[in-house]
Write a protein that binds this ligand. Structure first.
Ligand code: ATP
Ligand code: MG
Length: 592
């Protein structure tokens, strides 16, 4: 199938609230964008104030901020006024324990309302917040809490007993553990008792825009996860990009499927929708095809932000699984976390009547940098264009180690001009690594991409994943997308393996759709298609079948593990690896 530009109808365009990035860039300044925010007296800025307090005091008070869908069928609507009230009370709990600016709170819980209250309450009280993914084992949790010298942990009694109790006394910085249960294990405080005993913290902490607000750990796709520091000022980027790339506005019913344990689930599963006054759908349960279609339909979701790994799983279940549902309310679909193959974009059109809009960003950028917006025609397979306020470039190193910009269609490192509000302010405890990410006035992302003559950006692969074969530079994404065109292929990963003559040879791994069995004929057929699409120099020499590809718990394919296993090398940090003995998590947008 040749995939062509998806042209937006005039209706789809006029439903888009804003002009396309090219049209908006000229008159844009971050200073002016600050009008989207309220601010604190004296020039202060606090994410919680922007996210809930100002709506709770205005016309948004009775609007649902959060619609919570419990695993067992409970459904709760929490208004902005209620959320602001609960967050103020939780801020009071922290203040009562003498905790405030300079302290660090960690979250370790499933998607329950208290998690959202605790995050907002802690920000309001001036603490820095680090969400952890609840499915992590004891070691990854301990490592992250040690790196960040955690002072407070909000978790559940069950998670505490299983994953924290054993080593808690070895983390002297940890002063308080609050469990979201009525009965607390020894040495912990109970949420209900604490909330009942506390006074609301009436005044939001007078945080400075440059005070640390969030510390996020990266997904660990390429190595040991890094603790990325973000400040309150980031909320300006959350506000603008949510509005611009996700069409968020007051009352819009919005579902971000990412867990707050990853940056997507915090930036766009908590802060951005609330700052924009939207209504967030939060599902406690893990991924389930039938359940997800039901939620989209019954909750009348208008904007949906999800990840390629989830899209691939829905595709694998077949179109029939979506039959009988009404998706007419759905008007914007977006994706993040991994490259979105053209097949996925087009499948969105077929099942929901709308294409998926790819967006690109990283834990380090804190917010969406490059996106296909509702007002744009879509080139399936492209990440889109830089949002207003973002300058992106494609760079290469010259022989004397300087940086220069590549021309259209040339592959280079995707880089950004520092200065946007949600840019990371450091890697926790890794100053040298942080400094290395900047050079000649650019932030270097570690991803490779191309820009075409129309200004669209195309993802090529991670710099570490680039394959050099017989003089060709091959990006895994291009090869994977070609493999995905084969009807039998559900997922594909491509790596380079050392080879004496070619330097490296291209090796592909695929997982098949239901109804297809591995065979020599099928292998040949898949390779044949790839050769036709890509030519013999770029097509994989060999295609191996796997039941599942190794992924991070946020659903990203770990190419480095495939390579290490193939070559019998050490596997490196696998703390974020999804394994069979850990239940399959909900696929995330992992950027995170
Ligand atoms: P680590 O840095 O620990 O190896 P990670 O890079 O996967 O992990 P995140 O910050 O969660 O951690 O992910 C950001 C990365 O995800 C990007 O640098 C990019 O490689 C990939 N990514 C995100 N969105 C897209 C997209 N739309 N297209 C292609 N790749 C994407
Ligand atoms: Mg990264």
């Amino acid at each position: 199938m040749e995939i062509q530009t998806i042209r937006k109808t005039p209706e789809a365009r006029s439903a888009a609230q804003l002009p396309d990035p090219d049209g908006a860039r000229a008159g844009f300044s971050w200073e002016q964008a600050r009008e989207m925010l309220d601010g604190l007296p004296g020039g202060g800025l606090n994410i919680a104030h922007e996210a809930v307090d100002r709506h709770a005091r205005g016309a948004g008070a009775t609007r649902p901020a959060l619609i919570w869908l419990g695993r067992d069928g409970d459904r709760r609507e929490i208004t902005y006024a209620r959320l602001a009230d609960d967050a103020s009370r939780f801020a009071g709990v922290l203040a009562r324990h003498g905790l405030g600016p300079g302290d660090r709170l960690y979250l370790l819980a499933g998607r329950v309302p208290e998690l959202y209250t605790a995050a907002l309450g802690a920000l309001r009280a001036g603490l820095a917040v680090t969400p952890l993914f609840a499915a992590f084992g004891p070691e990854p949790i301990r490592m992250r809490m040690e790196i960040g010298a955690a002072n407070v942990l909000v978790t559940t009694a069950a998670l505490y007993r299983r994953k924290v109790a054993e080593w808690r006394t070895e983390l002297p910085s940890l002063k308080l553990v609050i469990v979201i249960d009525d009965a607390a294990p020894e040495g912990c405080a109970a949420w209900t008792t604490e909330m009942a005993a506390a006074q609301k913290l009436e005044d939001c902490a007078a945080t400075d825009p440059e005070d640390t607000a969030l510390i996020h750990f990266t997904s660990g796709t390429t190595g040991r996860p890094k603790g990325v520091i973000h400040v309150h000022q980031a909320v300006l980027a959350h506000a603008l990009t949510g509005r611009y790339a996700l069409e968020l506005a007051p009352g819009v019913r919005y579902w971000c499927t990412a867990d707050p344990g990853w940056v997507t689930g915090t930036s766009y599963g908590l802060i951005s929708p609330l700052v924009n006054g939207a209504t967030m759908i939060v599902d406690e349960a893990e991924f389930d095809v039938a359940r997800w279609y039901r939620i989209l339909d019954e909750e009348a979701v208008e904007v949906w932000y999800t990840a390629p790994t989830a899209i691939r799983r829905l595709m694998r279940a077949g179109k029939k699984a979506a039959a009988g549902h009404d998706f007419t309310k759905l008007r914007h679909l977006a994706s993040v976390g991994e490259p979105l193959n053209p097949e996925g974009v087009v499948w969105g059109e077929e099942v929901f009547g709308r294409p998926f809009h790819d967006t690109w960003w990283q834990t380090e950028t804190g917010a969406i940098m490059i996106a296909n917006t509702a007002a744009m025609d879509i080139q399936p397979g492209s990440m889109g264009k830089p949002l207003p306020g973002i300058t992106a470039g494609i760079l290469r190193r010259t022989d004397d180690d300087a940086l220069e910009e590549c021309g259209p269609g040339e592959t280079g490192e995707l880089a950004l001009r520092p200065g946007w509000p949600s840019m990371m302010r450091g890697y926790l405890g890794e100053e040298a690594r942080y400094r290395k990410a900047f050079d000649e006035g650019w932030y270097l992302s570690g991803d490779l991409a191309q820009r075409d003559t129309e200004g669209f950006f195309w993802f090529v692969g991670r710099a570490d994943d680039l394959i050099k074969s017989a003089g060709h530079l091959i990006g895994p994404f291009e090869v994977e997308s070609a493999l995905m065109e084969h009807p039998a292929v559900a997922e594909a990963a491509v790596i380079g393996l050392p080879d004496e003559t070619a330097g490296e040879v291209v090796r592909a791994y695929v997982a098949l759709n239901p109804g297809h069995e591995p065979s020599a004929d099928l292998e040949q057929d898949i390779r044949g298609l790839a050769r036709k699409r890509l030519g013999p120099a770029v097509a994989p020499r060999e295609v191996s079948f796997r039941d599942n590809l190794p992924k991070t718990r946020s659903g990203k394919i770990m190419r480095r593990l495939l390579k290490a296993r193939e070559l019998g090398l050490p596997e490196g940090d696998t703390s974020t690896l999804e394994t069979e003995d850990k239940p399959a998590p909900t696929p995330q947008g992992g950027t995170a």
